[in-house]
Design a protein around this ligand. Structure first.
Ligand code: ADP
Ligand code: MG
Length: 358
């Protein structure tokens, strides 16, 4: 199984630099997800790996071999795009076998590989149909089938599920993951959707403005975000953040924020008087009584059945709370909030870096 390596990879379009020196390694067989807001350079990085975009500086290697000067068709990769890019005048079978035929593979080999891929993707009954006769999900599967028949060293996906409705997206997510577990092919998957990243990845690369913010397993990013950006980007609903001042004098350490609210800490590092950002995830807050550390006013109650999301106001700051199950709480109620202080994140207000434990 092929590894992939990026070393100081940079990209400029004319005088505009969009990738500022990217370094990381993908292990053979790994499912790596590149995630970040729209425009952060995910597609550009993937297209450089695919050989569809020139590399301005640095090196990219596949399976230990630098590919900077190797043409796309000779890199032994297969890419699946958001747009599917199927040939409308070809049947499903012809679409899937096209790249092999282009490489002058024997007709019997093409037929065998197409049949195999069709079986894996449950496309058997559709092989003689044309793309226009398929649903969005089926078209997406044909696009994946086309990649599978190539048996490439690396699969590249660029937002392949963005054109599907929400339910199908969840189903296809599992299918792609199952496919990877079955084939074990090294995969680089680009998405702007952090839920997709969390649920599918072995490891995630979080990007912003052409730079890597953090690399790690989904739960490592969730539990130990290196900075405020990653803290807020990973997790849904997003982490609550409160700006304030760290206080260590006079009693237990806390962050003093707008409205004189004292947000409790539990071993987080930082100096007395330091401007900080206090981060607490909605699921680390719970309903409590009038003696709870933080008092809130309920603004909105959103039941989803399994959970209830509350939007509350704490000393002028809007805060989201996620409760398991249901609640009698109504808009306008005054409630107390208990905080799982060990799960609180503290970031330096200036550098935005996570404060490590004291
Ligand atoms: P993402 O896939 O993360 O949404 P892209 O890689 O498509 O982001 O784009 C990164 C940045 O590069 C954006 O600012 C985009 O406008 C710019 N960009 C992408 N392709 C080109 C191009 N061919 N010419 C000029 N700028 C481009
Ligand atoms: Mg993109």
């Amino acid at each position: 199984m092929a590894s992939v390596s990026f070393q100081n990879v940079q990209k400029a379009f004319g005088s505009t630099k969009v990738i500022h020196g990217i370094d990381f390694e993908i292990e053979g067989g790994e499912f790596m997800v590149l995630v970040g807001p729209s425009g952060c350079g995910k597609s550009t990085l993937l297209r450089m790996l695919a050989g569809l975009e020139e590399i301005s500086d640095g090196t990219i290697a596949i399976d230990g071999k630098v590919v900077n000067d190797i043409e796309s068709k000779d890199r032994d990769i297969a890419m699946v795009f958001q747009s599917y890019a199927l040939y409308p005048h070809m049947t499903v079978a012809e679409n899937m076998g096209f790249s092999l035929r282009l490489r002058r593979a024997e007709a019997s080999l093409v037929a065998e590989r197409v049949a195999q891929a069709a079986k894996i993707l449950n496309l058997g009954p559709y092989l003689q149909r044309y793309p226009r006769e398929l649903s969005g999900g089926q078209r997406q599967r044909v696009a994946m089938g086309r990649a599978i028949v190539r048996d490439p060293k690396v699969f590249l996906f660029d937002e392949p599920l963005s054109n599907l409705d929400a339910k199908l997206r969840v189903a296809m997510r599992s299918e792609i993951k199952a496919l990877h577990q079955r084939l074990g092919t090294t995969t680089v998957y680009v998405t702007h959707d952090q839920v997709e990243a969390m649920t599918m990845a072995d490891r995630i690369v979080v990007m912003q403005d052409g730079r890597v913010e953090q690399i790690g397993s989904p739960l490592a990013l969730y539990d130990r975000p290196a900075n405020l950006f990653v803290g807020q980007f990973i997790g849904s609903p997003a982490m609550n953040v409160v700006h304030g001042t760290l206080r260590r004098d006079g009693g237990a350490a806390h962050v003093e924020a707008e409205g004189g609210v004292r947000w409790p800490l539990n071993g987080q590092g930082g100096a007395d008087g330091q401007p900080v950002v206090y981060g607490v995830r909605p699921e680390h807050l719970a309903l409590a009584g009038a003696d709870a550390p933080v008092q809130a006013e309920v603004i909105v109650v959103e039941p989803t059945g399994a959970e209830t999301e509350l939007l509350v106001q704490v000393g002028g700051t809007p805060i989201t709370v996620v409760l398991h199950g249901r609640t009698q709480v109504q808009p306008g109620d005054r409630i107390g909030l208990d905080i799982e202080t060990a799960a609180v994140h503290l970031f330096d207000a200036q550098t935005q870096l996570a404060q490590h434990a004291a």
